[in-house]
Design a binder for this molecule. Structure first.
Ligand code: PRP
Ligand code: URA
Length: 209
């Protein structure tokens, strides 16, 4: 079973509270999502593997740590996932970025895939699927399906707010994928929105309706 990690960091919690407020406009919403993404990136990379390397400082030769593990790719689910990409790239500037375009059909709430463009070597990379919202889980499941179909082996999901229903669905469909979120909310309403949530993340990020 994929593990659920709710990142209980004071700065992350504070910033998440800011963007939940319906009075927050597009510019501030985008800025704070970006800041939370950077903090989440810091937390989710804690267990990256390091190796000893020799480095020569101006004073002496020394053995120190350097990243050793797989290279990284960030995979935003378009649109709202795009809001988390720059925050991740702040800390992992060499990461590749693959895009998955998906929207939820408003009647069925089922995701519809419309675009996939991946780095050629995703099977050798550690992938972070990013999307602020994990609601029914349909979009995350379909995105992870698309990655596995293309050979991906090591995938983690990073979001801001999740509903318990979505977490369960992803854990069932993809038991090898760990989930990292800033908030685990109460439930989904009949329209598939997370309660209390923060509304429609894509619309709030891009100023659409
Ligand atoms: C939102 C969100 C997720 C999806 C979550 O995207 O960004 O991708 O809904 O819902 P689910 O867990 O029930 O699938 P949306 O479909 O609204 O598209 P957008 O990002 O283009 O606004
Ligand atoms: N997508 C969103 O943007 N918000 C929700 O609450 C659910 C799905």
């Amino acid at each position: 079973m994929g593990e659920l990690h709710v990142i209980d960091h004071p700065l992350i919690q504070h910033k998440l509270t800011i963007i939940r407020d319906k009075r927050v406009g597009t510019q501030q919403f985008r800025q704070v999502v970006n800041e939370i993404a950077t903090l989440m990136a810091y937390e989710v990379t804690r267990n990256m593997v390091t190796e000893d390397v020799v480095v020569e400082t101006p004073i002496a030769k020394t053995t120190q740590k350097s990243l050793a593990g797989k290279k990284v790719a960030i995979i935003p689910i378009i649109r709202a996932g795009l809001g988390m990409v720059d925050g991740f790239l702040e800390l992992i500037p060499a990461a590749k970025v693959g895009h998955i375009g998906m929207y939820r059909d408003q009647k069925t709430l089922k995701p519809v895939e419309y675009f996939v463009k991946m780095p050629s070597d995703i099977e050798q990379r550690e992938l972070f699927v990013v999307d602020p919202m994990l609601a029914t889980g349909g979009s995350a499941i379909m995105a992870i399906d698309a990655l596995k179909k293309r050979g991906a082996k090591k995938i983690r999901f990073v979001g801001l707010v999740a509903a318990p229903e979505g977490v369960k669905a992803v854990q069932k469909a993809h038991p090898d994928v760990d989930i990292y979120v800033a908030g685990l909310d109460d439930h989904l309403n009949k329209d598939g929105y997370i309660v209390p949530g923060l509304g429609d993340a894509g619309d709030r990020l891009f100023g659409t309706k």
